[in-house]
Design a protein. Structure first.
Lengths: 253, 309
C-alpha cells in the first residue's frame, strides 16, 4: 500500500495543475442538469405522479450515479493510455521499486479521491435543490466511489489492451452513452422492453443508480442495497484482475 | 556481498517473445566501478538484456544475479539501487523540470525535503538549474536526455543503466552527456550502457561485449578488441563508378583482409600509408582515406555488417 501511495502522488501532482477548472466543472454540471431536467423537463413529465416523488428528486440521484460512471470511465481512458504510450510514466514507475499492482492501485486511489470530491459537491447541490429525502443520502458518497471504480477498473484494463486511442470513441459511443441513457438514470428501466430491461439490470450503472436513488429518497432496504454493493465490488475485483493482466502484457514482457 | 562478487552476473541468459529469441544464452559479468557496454546494431538484443537487468522484464532462461539478488523475486529491492535511463524518454512533458525529479524521487520513497535538495543538486550537475521551473515540453533533445540522467540519479544508484543514451542527439549534446557520464564513473558509479555508436563505446566503456542477433560475438576492452580482431590501420577506397574487383593478391599480401561495402572498399593493413600509392596505381579510386581501426571494423569482422545502416 505504501508503494501505491507513491504512484498516487504522481496523479495528485498532475491534478494540481487543473484543479480549479475541475472544481468549477463539478459545480456547473449538476446545476445545469438539475435545472434543465429537474426543474424544466420535470414539470412536463411525471403527470399523475407515477414516480411517487417530484421528477427532480427522481432524476437527481440518477445523474449523480451516471456522473460517477463518467468520471471513472474517463479518468481510466486517455490518462491510462498516456501513461503507457505517450508520457510513458508507467514505464518510469516500473524502473523504480514500484510494481504493476502499485501502478493500478495508485491510479484507482486517485480516482476514488476525485469521485469523493465530485460526489460531495453533487450531494451538497442536491441538498440545496431539496432533492435529498433522508440522512441515508450520506451513504451515497461511498456508493458514488464504488460506482466510479466499478467502471474505472475494467476500463483501465481496456485502455491498456487498446492499440490506438480510436477505440475510446467506440467505448464512449457504444458503452458509456447507452448506459447513461438506459440504465434507469432518467426513467425506470421497467419502461424498457424485454430483453433490453435484463441488459440494463446487468449493467453496473443500473445497480449504482438504483442504490443511490433508494438512499437519497430514503427508501433503501438492507438486502437489496447489499446485493447492489456486492455486484459493484464484483466489477471492481474483476476489473482489477484484468487490468493486472493487460498491464503485464503491455509493460513487463 | 563479498568484494569479488560481480555486480551483475549472467550465465546462459535468454529472453524469448513467443517464437522470437531476442537474447540467446549470453554470459557476462559486470564488476563494481566499471563502465560496461553492449555494442550492437538495432535488434541485436541489447534492449531486451537491459530490461532484464533493470528487473522489468523477467528472463526466459539462464541465470541472472544483480547485486547478488534474484531479479524475479527481489525486483523492487534491486530497482531501489539502480538508476535507469531508458531508450525512449519517460518524462512528463506537462510537469516542470524540477517536478519531474521530485515525483521520481518520491517513487523511491525519499522524503519531500530530501528529494527537493537532491533535485537542486542534480539540476546543477546536469546544468539545468536555470530551467528548473520550466515545463519539460519545449526543452531540446539534449536537455531532456540530461534531465532523464539526473532523474535516474535521484536515488543515488550504485549502477546506472543507460539504453542508447545519446541516440538522436546532435554531436555537441552528445559530448555534454558523455562528459557527465564520465564524471559519474569517476565518482565510482558503475555504468552499464548499450549503444550502436562505436565512438560512444570507445569513449565510455572499460569493457564491452559485441552483440549480434541475440548472442555475444566477442568481449574485451575496446583497445584489446581492436588489436585482436583488426589491423592497426584501415585504408578506405571510394570509387566514382562501380568498384573494381579486388582481392588479397591485388596488394601482394600487404593487406590482411578486405571488406567490400556498398559504397566503399576497406583494406586492413598495419601500414596504411605504404598502401596508398599502390592502391592509386592499380585501382584508380576517386578518394583514399587512411585511418586507425575502430570498433566498427571489429564489428564488421565479427558479423559482416556495419553497426549503423
Amino acid at each position: 500500500m505504501a508503494y501505491a501511495l507513491r504512484s498516487f502522488e504522481y496523479w495528485a501532482y498532475s491534478y494540481r495543475r487543473v484543479w480549479r477548472g475541475s472544481i468549477v466543472t463539478s459545480i456547473i454540471g449538476p446545476v445545469l442538469y438539475l435545472s434543465a431536467l429537474g426543474v424544466g423537463l420535470g414539470t412536463l413529465v411525471n403527470k399523475g405522479n407515477k414516480l411517487g416523488v417530484p421528477y427532480l428528486d427522481y432524476v437527481a440521484p440518477g445523474i449523480l450515479a451516471a456522473t460517477a460512471m463518467q468520471i471513472g470511465t474517463f479518468e481510466s481512458s486517455y490518462p491510462v493510455m498516456a501513461a503507457i504510450r505517450w508520457t510513458r510514466q508507467f514505464h518510469a514507475m516500473l524502473s523504480t521499486p514500484l510494481r504493476v499492482r502499485d501502478l493500478i492501485l495508485g491510479h484507482q486511489l486517485y480516482i476514488a479521491c476525485r469521485l469523493t470530491m465530485v460526489g460531495a459537491i453533487y450531494l451538497a447541490i442536491l441538498a440545496a435543490f431539496g432533492a435529498l429525502h433522508s440522512p441515508l443520502a450520506l451513504v451515497a458518497l461511498p456508493v458514488v466511489v464504488l460506482i466510479g471504480l466499478a467502471h474505472s477498473a475494467p476500463v483501465t484494463a481496456f485502455s491498456a489492451w487498446l492499440e490506438r486511442d480510436e477505440g475510446f470513441n467506440a467505448l464512449f459511443r457504444f458503452g458509456v452513452m447507452p448506459m447513461f441513457l438506459f440504465s434507469g438514470t432518467f426513467f425506470p428501466v421497467t419502461r424498457l422492453p424485454h430483453p433490453f430491461r435484463e441488459v440494463a439490470y446487468a449493467t453496473p450503472l443500473w445497480n449504482g443508480v438504483d442504490l443511490t436513488r433508494h438512499l437519497t429518497l430514503g427508501t433503501a432496504t438492507l438486502w437489496r442495497s447489499l446485493a447492489h454493493v456486492a455486484y459493484l465490488l464484483l466489477w471492481i475485483a474483476a476489473g482489477q484482475v484484468l487490468a493486472r493482466r493487460t498491464f503485464h502484457k503491455r509493460l513487463v514482457l | 556481498m563479498s568484494a569479488g562478487t560481480p555486480l551483475i552476473h549472467a550465465r546462459g541468459l535468454r529472453k524469448e517473445f513467443g517464437t522470437l529469441v531476442a537474447v540467446d544464452g549470453i554470459d557476462f559479468d559486470v564488476q563494481r566501478g566499471e563502465a560496461f557496454g553492449f555494442l550492437g546494431p538495432n535488434g541485436a538484443g541489447k534492449s531486451s538484456t537491459m530490461r532484464m537487468i533493470g528487473c522489468v522484464s523477467p528472463p526466459s532462461g539462464g541465470t541472472l544475479r544483480i547485486l547478488d539478488m534474484d531479479p524475479v523475486h527481489d525486483g523492487p529491492k534491486i530497482r531501489a539501487r539502480l538508476g535507469v535511463v531508458p531508450q525512449m524518454d519517460t518524462l512528463d512533458l506537462e510537469l516542470t523540470v524540477r517536478e519531474n525529479l521530485i515525483i521520481y524521487g518520491r517513487y523511491f520513497g525519499l522524503s519531500r525535503k530530501a528529494v527537493k535538495e537532491r533535485a537542486d543538486e542534480l539540476l546543477e550537475f546536469v546544468q539545468l538549474s536555470e530551467r528548473a521551473n520550466d515545463r519539460v515540453e519545449p526543452l531540446s533533445g539534449g536537455m531532456k536526455r540530461r534531465l532523464t540522467i539526473a532523474r535516474a540519479l535521484v536515488n543515488e544508484p550504485e549502477v546506472l543503466l543507460l539504453d542508447e543514451p545519446t541516440t538522436g542527439l546532435d554531436p555537441q549534446a552528445r559530448h555534454v552527456v558523455w562528459d557527465r557520464l564520465f564524471r559519474l564513473k569517476q565518482q565510482g558509479v558503475t555504468l552499464v550502457l548499450t549503444t550502436h555508436y562505436m565512438d560512444e563505446a570507445e569513449q565510455l566503456c572499460d569493457r564491452l561485449v559485441v552483440m549480434d542477433r541475440g548472442s555475444i560475438a566477442e568481449g574485451g576492452s575496446p583497445l584489446e578488441l581492436i588489436r585482436r580482431l583488426s589491423t592497426r590501420e584501415v585504408v578506405e577506397l571510394r570509387f566514382a563508378d562501380e568498384a573494381p574487383h579486388v582481392d588479397e593478391q591485388t596488394f601482394d599480401g600487404q593487406v590482411a583482409r578486405i571488406e567490400k561495402l556498398p559504397d566503399r572498399i576497406l583494406l586492413y593493413t598495419d601500414d596504411g600509408d605504404a598502401l596508398v600509392p599502390v592502391a592509386h596505381e592499380r585501382l584508380h579510386p576517386q578518394s583514399v582515406l587512411v585511418r586507425r581501426s575502430t570498433l566498427e571494423d571489429v564489428f564488421l569482422r565479427l558479423t559482416g555488417r556495419t553497426l549503423v545502416d
